[in-house]
Design a protein around this ligand. Sequence first.
Ligand code: DOR
Ligand code: ZN
Length: 347
Amino acid sequence: MNTEITIIRPDDWHLHLRDGDMLAAVLPSTAKIYGRAIVMPNLIPPVTTVKLAEEYRKRIIDARPEGSDFKPLMTCYLTDTTSPEEIKAAYAVKAFHAVKLFPAGATTNSESGVTDIANVYPVLETMQEIGLPLSVHGEVVDPEVDIFDREAVFINRVLEPLRKDFPELKIVFEHLTSKEGVDYVFEQDKNMVATITPHHLYLTRNDLFSGGLNPYMYCLPIAKTFADRKAVRKAAVSGDERFFLGTDSAPHPARIKEKSKAAAGIFNAPTSIGYVTQFFEEMNALDKLEGFTSIYGARFYGFSPNSSTITLAKRDKPVEIDWQLKSGGDVVKIFKPGIPLYWELVD
Ligand code: DOR
Ligand code: ZN
């Protein structure tokens, strides 16, 4: 017998949609499930101005499947030279819903990011004043720091001083992966929230090496230990409003994943809500699913939850899909952890 669950339509509070052929290929998967998404600005060149954000927003709207009213919520790529005036002007016309801090060199297309947090203090001052959230890729780039410790070290070196200097600044600690990160957010107040990805609910660093080096399990921040995953899982099902879904779905063509120096990023959009639902069921926490996927994030960003619903069904047999999409002449592979998927969207 099939089990079904109906929830308020979710939103994705952290998403990479790319541009051009890739945008056209991946957007339908997200638009089918989610009402809105916070769209990451790490294009080449990055989305650093109101004008670039508005043009990108239009391209996304144009790429939507027929009949979709999916709403992209644009973000600004913070650089050493972002001006407080640009941010103020953007705020007045609601052009940005968050400003994204990529420490320069931390991840894919982060080369134009911030080299020293002190450089952006005037912008942060303005954001604190107007209530615009700072979305944070929370990893240090110091090559002397072990890659598995980069999130924890970021808390001490960057976040703690930032919280002291800007206690009213709204901060989203994106894609939490470590116990230190989870503990830190729990200790803070309502101005500090965090997104959690579907893949970090499933993966540990073992998955990177299981059966051979696997680039499809590689993203940043990198998956960590079992203890870290346990902490992230607990936060997701805690019912605490400060933790909500951001898929960090980040497509790359197979030819960029299956080579030396494979790109970081996991494309999970098509199976994201299925795997998240399956995880909540396994944790006996289906009653907490809707808050995590459809309510808490909306509240933080100042929106009402979506007015429509979605329905998911649990199948008796693993869901069979083609685990890849075509993008122009490329193939993009869909996140497939070692566990079969039983839940799928039916309405
Ligand atoms: O794994 C990642 N991929 N982490 C990021 O922070 C960026 C993303 C991407 O854009 O591919
Ligand atoms: Zn991301």
